[in-house]
Ligand binder design. Structure first.
Ligand SMILES: [Zn+2]
Length: 463
């Protein structure tokens, strides 16, 4: 009987813990989430350069050593993927320079705020509004565009002259809220480095990259200290990632289109590691010339672009796509190398991959995995925020292992469930013994009541 009382007490404590958890959740909802992107942070920079602050961050959280991003490995397509979970062909931001044959419009990065380019998808800073949350997006690609007739609650028009510290200051203020306005649940913060330095000097320029990455690491240090100073550290989840890597280019690795066909034969839409063009004359003839143009360039007719690139089903993907090999640059003519470092190449190349680190109450501590698809970050963020995900190309299957709750960290819930089951079983035993006093046993089968066997075997009962 004393045992039964103890069990009852245990159960009530468990229920109380569960109830208080529920009321907290009801009052505050999920923890706020801050998503930070450092443009062009190639995964192996982490191994090549000292990054003490970033290492400190993920030592208290999780690290994904390589993120398989989406094709083409450019800034705008990949940043929109991070906040939608969609491949470029599905969200519609397929390149830095685009032509839409339906509307006849042209798009150029940084100069176009026409919603039609972005409206095929809805970014998380918009959909999270539907859950009653405030959101913020600081210079993230697309954040100053009205998408689906809405923007984030807070945003600033893109301005490269606004420092990281100023951007961060706005973000922490928006996350904190004030007497009048609630803090935001989701905030996205964009910073241009180390992409800018990577283009200017190339990723193999150790001196230049060390300097740029020291500054990036200092910014991560500032991020951590500001979150601590404002009391947000430990009360928010923070995800630090990037859009793509960087490859070293060279004047020795130029591919000149003029060597293969006259410019009168095509209209150029995008010229980069991946070149998009529209043939003006017989498409098959133009394609035949480009196909044998250069050993380090692969030409594809749109219909033959490999499925694994997920880069076909969109009218903004042009009839002919040229993909340069890693480190090769496609130019129309001449010997001038536009950039010493570039990206956009095949997303299966490790040099094109960024990384991801995360820290906060929802993440495990000191845990790392080797890889993850960047389309999986969106469902992970929706899960953290309890926001219903829009249809997307990602999955929570792999990312789930990064979460503390998946490693039995949700102790009150787990304890209450085990205690509850234990109490029910104990009550059955108690009643059974009481009944046995009243009448003789007809069968012995209840004697095997599995009170000792069925201890849950540490299975996650709350799945
Ligand atoms: Zn770039």
């Amino acid at each position: 009987m004393t045992m039964l009382l103890k069990l009852l007490l245990g159960f009530l404590c468990g229920v109380a813990a569960l109830a208080s958890d529920d009321s907290d959740a009801a009052q505050q909802g999920p923890l706020p989430l801050l998503l930070v992107s450092f443009d062009g942070f190639r995964a192996d920079y982490l191994r090549r350069f000292p990054m003490p602050n970033l290492k400190l961050l993920y030592s208290q959280g999780v690290l994904v050593e390589q993120l398989t991003n989406v094709f083409i490995t450019k800034t705008f397509p990949n940043h929109y993927t991070l906040v939608t979970g969609l491949y470029a062909e599905s969200h519609g931001i397929v390149a830095s320079n685009m032509y839409d044959p339906v509307s006849g419009k042209h798009f150029q990065v940084g100069r176009d705020k026409d919603p039609m380019w972005w409206n095929k998808a809805r970014p998380l800073w918009v959909t999270a509004l539907d859950s009653g949350y405030k959101t913020a997006a600081m210079m993230w690609p697309g954040s100053d565009v009205v998408i689906g007739n809405r923007t984030a609650t807070h945003f600033l028009a893109y301005d490269a002259s606004v420092t990281f510290k100023q951007r961060l200051g706005n973000i922490t203020n928006w996350m904190l809220g004030n007497g009048k306005e609630q803090g935001v649940k989701f905030a996205a913060l964009y910073w241009e480095e180390p992409d800018r330095t990577g283009h200017l000097f190339g990723p193999e320029n150790t001196t230049a990259m060390r300097k740029a990455l020291k500054e990036v690491d200092d910014d991560i240090g500032l991020l951590m200290s500001e979150l601590k100073r404002t009391g947000l550290w430990g009360r928010v989840n923070v995800l630090v990632t990037s859009d793509h890597g960087m490859a070293q280019c060279s004047t020795e690795r130029l591919i000149r289109l003029e060597d293969c066909l006259h410019p009168n034969n095509y209209t150029l839409v995008d010229l980069s590691a991946v070149t998009a063009l529209i043939p003006r004359k017989d498409p098959e003839a133009v394609f035949a010339l480009l196909k044998k143009c250069h050993a380090h360039m692969t030409a594809y007719l749109k219909k033959a672009i490999p499925d694994r690139l997920h880069y076909q089903n969109n009218e903004r993907i042009q009839p002919i796509i040229l993909i340069a090999d890693e480190g090769w640059t496609i130019v129309q003519h001449g010997n001038k190398l536009p950039r010493l470092g570039d990206h956009g190449y095949d997303n299966s190349l490790p040099s094109m991959h960024p990384f991801m680190a995360a820290v906060g109450p929802s993440f495990r501590q000191g845990y790392r995995i080797s890889d993850l698809n960047s389309v999986d970050i969106y469902p992970l963020m929706c899960h953290l925020l309890s926001v219903p995900p829009q249809p997307n190309n990602g999955s929570l299957t792999q990312a789930r292992c990064l979460l503390e709750a998946e490693s039995f960290g949700d102790a009150p819930l787990f304890v209450s469930l085990v205690a509850g089951i234990f109490l029910v079983l104990a009550t059955v035993v108690f009643l059974f013994r009481g009944l046995r006093k009243c009448r003789p046993l007809r069968s012995r089968r209840f004697r095997r009541l599995p009170i000792d066997d069925d201890d849950g075997e540490e299975e996650p009962l709350y799945e």
